[in-house]
Structure formats: structure tokens, C-alpha cells
Design a protein around this ligand. Structure first.
Ligand code: NAD
Length: 257
């Protein structure tokens, strides 16, 4: 929660991957707090539904954008449209991501490797490059990216392509945070354990792997997407002004912390 009441009122967040899971939950949380929410996703129907949910529950302003984060021009356009509608952007949450499909290390082909890096790494890179000049001009901005516990565990046996891409996201976040720390910009990442979203279906996770993930979590349940979204809210708030560069693990006590 923010330190000041109404802290988010009138401020604007751009959220990628807002058509589902963590991105959608975060969009609803920021709308609850009175923020303007720009909801972007490659799935136009899904992101339109997120905006409908916001309209039904809150009085806030929101905008649905169908964009592919692997397309630099589309990502630049996303930021321009957000600024065109709301005047400025204070927060960026890069939630669009996927493991694409599971594969043993020797079965990872170029296509899978490149698609995974395009979505998780380049998508995050493009959005940060697009928004930073605007944030720097007002000497204020918070960027939150999504890593994964996978980057600590390496993804052996099923997802080295994804785990290493998330490692790149966490490292890139740290570099951006340190480069712009004295200019009013903070950048953080969140590294979740398994979260109850469409992610496992989208990543073609087998029932056996899902059961193994659950067995690894001491709390014996997946996270709810809102449990990540509330952390995004805290990270962006004035209650969190000295935290930057780091990743925060949210994993029910599981994995390598
Ligand atoms: N769910 C988990 O267990 C888990 C664990 C660790 C990290 N993560 C990460 O959390 C983030 C959010 O995942 P989620 O669990 O909400 O998954 P999700 O599948 O519910 O949502 C991902 C969203 O990203 C969108 N997307 C995919 N490709 C896109 C593209 N090219 N351009 C724009 N949007 C695109 C999808 O349409 C979808 O709406 C991802 O970065 C994921 O890697 C998830």
C-alpha cells in the first residue's frame, strides 16, 4: 500500500500481458487505487475484457491496446498512445512472458530459444527503452519486470531457455536501475514461484511437472496472481522509495532463495 492516501490517483501505469493472470490482476489492483491503467496484450479480446472488468468494478480510466511486445514499433506506439491519452506515464509493469513450451536442453532448437528470448527479454527491453525518455524528462518513474524462480534454479530438464531468459530480465533490470538511480528512476523485478494463471497451459507444462512444482513449495499451493500484483503496487508506491535494482522472491518458501 502507498504511504500517502490517493497516491496513485491520476497517475498512469502501462501493463503488458494485461489480458491474463498476473498482468490482469495487477491492472485491477491499480484501478482500485485510482490509477489510469493502460492494458496491453497480444490477445486483443482478452485485454478488452480486462478493461471491461475495470469498468464494471471501478470508476477509473483505462485503455485496451492490442500489441505484440516483440515488435519494437508497436511497443513505441503503446507508450505514445498512453501519453496521448493520459498525458504522462509514471509506471511500467512488464508482465508479458511465457516459457512457450517445455523441452529438455538438447531438444531446445533455435526457434524455441529465439521466440523465448524475443518475448521475455526483447519485449521487456523494448518497453523500457520506449518509456525511459519520458520518465527521465519528468525525473520520475518506476519499472517493474517479471523474472522467475526459474532463473535461480536453471530450468534443468524442462526450461533452460526460459530460465536463462528470466536471468537476463533480472540482470537487465539491475543495470537499468543502477544507470538511472540518480535521475528519479527505480527498476525492480519480481521472481515468482508457481502462480495460478494460464501460464502453465500456455507453456505446455505436463501434469507431472506441475505436481513436482507444487511438491517443491512448502506452503503447498500456487500463488494467487493478486499476491504478485499487490507487491507491484507496493514497489511503485511512495512506501518503497529506497528499493531499486533488486529482485524479490515470492514463492511460498520454495526453491533457492
Ligand atoms: N504463472 C507462473 O507460474 C509464473 C511463474 C514465474 C514467472 N511468471 C511470469 O509472470 C509473467 C506473467 O505470466 P502469467 O502467469 O500472468 O501468465 P499468463 O499466460 O496468464 O499471462 C501472460 C500474458 O502475456 C500475453 N502475451 C504473450 N505473448 C505476448 C506478446 N508477444 N505481446 C504481448 N502480450 C503477450 C498473453 O496473451 C497473456 O495474456 C510472465 O512474464 C511469466 O513468465 C509466471
Amino acid at each position: 500500500m502507498p504511504k500517502s492516501p490517493d497516491y496513485f490517483k491520476g497517475k498512469t501505469i502501462v501493463i503488458t500481458g494485461a489480458g491474463s493472470g498476473i498482468g490482469r490482476a495487477t491492472a485491477l489492483i491499480f484501478a482500485r487505487e485510482g490509477a489510469n491503467v493502460v492494458c496491453a496484450d497480444i490477445d486483443e479480446a482478452a485485454v478488452a475484457q480486462t478493461v471491461e472488468m475495470i469498468d464494471a468494478a471501478y470508476d477509473g480510466q483505462s485503455l485496451a491496446l492490442g500489441i505484440d511486445v516483440t515488435d519494437r514499433a508497436a511497443v513505441n506506439n503503446m507508450i505514445e498512445l498512453a501519453i496521448g491519452d493520459f498525458g504522462s506515464v509514471q509506471f511500467l509493469f512488464n508482465s508479458a512472458g511465457s516459457a512457450m513450451r517445455r523441452a529438455k536442453f538438447l531438444d531446445i532448437d533455435d526457434e524455441l530459444f529465439e521466440a523465448t528470448y524475443d518475448l521475455n527479454v526483447k519485449g521487456t527491453f523494448y518497453a523500457m527503452q520506449a518509456v525511459l525518455p519520458h520518465m527521465l524528462a519528468s525525473r520520475f518513474g518506476v519499472i517493474v519486470n517479471v523474472g522467475s524462480m526459474a532463473h535461480r534454479r536453471g530450468g534443468g530438464g524442462s526450461s533452460v531457455h526460459y530460465a536463462s531468459a528470466k536471468g537476463a530480465v533480472v540482470t537487465m533490470t539491475m543495470g537499468v536501475a543502477r544507470e538511472f538511480a540518480s535521475q528519479g528512476i527505480r527498476a525492480l523485478s519480481i521472481s515468482p514461484g508457481p502462480v495460478d494463471t494460464n501460464f502453465q497451459t500456455a507453456s505446455q507444462t505436463s501434469p507431472e511437472l506441475k505436481a513436482q512444482m507444487l511438491a517443491d513449495v512448502p506452503m503447498k499451493r500456487f500463488a494467487h496472481p493478486e499476491e504478485i500484483g499487490e507487491l507491484v503496487l507496493f514497489m511503485c508506491s511512495d512506501a518503497c522509495e529506497y528499493m531499486t535494482a533488486d529482485t524479490v522472491y515470492v514463492n511460498g518458501g520454495g526453491g533457492f532463495r
